[in-house]
Design a protein around this ligand. Structure first.
Ligand code: GTP
Ligand code: MG
Length: 366
């Protein structure tokens, strides 16, 4: 995966799917927005955008403990795209502008309709997933073909370099994969190959999860469809309409009752962001103090010096040690003092692999 600096970073998740699959409904539920939901497909080409805090109870509890002046949650941005048309309208399922936006996302959430609708008829979630995947593959195929043509033209002019030869070979391999209707996501690419693809933002390479948008009446009774979808994808199930109504409710007690009633254990917002973190291999670490309690995002497996760099480049440059304890230990001991007394405060070096829930204080000198 491409390395990017996660400082001031907001994870971007694009909601894509066929027309009328409930993307805007789910977007509203996730972001407590009131974007227009229609039965007829939206001619409006502009996607809806919203940035929300990542619900993380740990940040809330840390904030209660430290009473800081500022509490900063990680954020996630949702982008609600126009639906992918089927049949004859298929050409240009993604307009150039949409394509550009979709390319800048970190992950895609493919919303599939699992409710009947007067206009669209009975749902076909498996077919819809296949159709949208095809659309992603098709969009990448165009990019690959164009680039290969360009390379060939340059080759003819005698501009061969080892770099372009390697790129040509790799793109040829990818083209074969795409022609077999297989997303690039499923290819095992070497580090070398990954580097060659740095300038590309292939849609079928984006981490993707499927959101099965079920009718309230059927929610929780779709084991068979879920199992089929899970053969190839990470899947979550929502009852979109229900979630949208839930997001408009203000009483925590009512929300709890409604959720219990339908057998929903976790809010859509929390489930989706948590799944995205897992899909992307992201973890959270925290910084705490009287001034600020803050959640930061890091890729799983990254060392303490990278965590320091996420906070500020100076902290990475002048890194001495990381004072480190874990959120779970803090909660068990009741205070930072308790953590120290139990000997659970550690001093870690640059190479220490940061774990989800670590609380770090970077000692540095520049
Ligand atoms: N029964 C039922 N209807 C839903 C659900 N989610 C969405 N709908 C309905 O499906 C229709 C389309 O919903 P939208 O959220 O606008 O769908 P969309 O995917 O954004 O549609 P486009 O942007 O036009 O592609 C509306 O009439 C919604 O009320 C659901 O969970 N259950
Ligand atoms: Mg919509």
């Amino acid at each position: 995966m491409q390395v990017k600096n996660l400082r001031d970073y907001s994870m971007k998740i694009g909601l894509i799917g066929c027309q009328n699959s409930g993307k805007t409904t789910i977007f509203n539920a996730l972001t407590r927005s009131e974007a227009q939901v229609t039965d007829f497909s939206n001619a409006k080409a502009e996607p809806n955008l919203a940035v929300i805090d990542v619900e993380d109870e740990r940040v809330t509890r840390l904030s209660e403990m430290y009473q800081p002046r500022k509490t900063i949650y990680a954020t996630v941005e949702f982008i609600d795209f126009v639906g992918v048309a089927g049949g004859a309208e298929k050409q240009g399922a993604f307009s150039p502008e949409l394509l550009q936006l979709a390319k800048n996302t970190d992950a895609l959430a493919l919303v599939v309709r699992n409710f009947s609708n007067e206009i669209m008829g009975a749902p076909g979630p498996l077919e819809d997933v296949a159709r949208v995947e095809e659309e992603l593959v098709f969009s990448d195929l165009i990019v690959v073909e164009n680039r290969l043509e360009r390379i060939e033209w340059e080759n003819k002019k005698g501009k061969k370099s080892n770099q372009t030869l390697a790129e040509e070979a790799l793109l040829g391999k990818i083209r074969g994969q795409l022609n077999d209707n297989r997303p690039i996501r499923r290819m095992d690419l070497t580090e070398e190959e990954d580097k060659l693809l740095k300038g590309y933002q292939f849609l079928s390479r984006k981490p993707l999860m499927v959101v099965l948008n079920s009718e309230e009446e059927n929610f929780g009774r779709n084991a068979e469809i879920l199992a089929r979808l899970q053969e190839n994808h990470t899947v979550v199930e929502f009852a979109g309409n229900f979630e949208m109504e839930l997001s408009r409710m203000t009483s925590d007690e009512d929300i709890q009752l409604f959720m219990e009633d339908l057998g929903v254990e976790e809010s859509a917002r929390s489930l989706l962001t948590r799944t995205a973190y897992e899909l992307l291999g992201y973890i959270s670490f925290f910084t705490v103090g009287a001034d600020e309690v803050r959640a930061w995002t890091l890729r799983n497996g990254e060392p303490a010096v990278a965590a320091a760099g996420t906070i500020h480049s100076d902290l990475a440059r002048g890194f001495i040690r990381a004072e480190c304890f874990n959120y779970a230990d803090l909660m068990a001991c009741g205070s930072e003092k308790g953590v120290k007394e139990k000997g659970l405060l550690r001093l870690e070096g640059k190479e220490y692999r940061v774990k989800d829930g670590d609380i770090l204080n970077i000692r540095f000198n520049v």
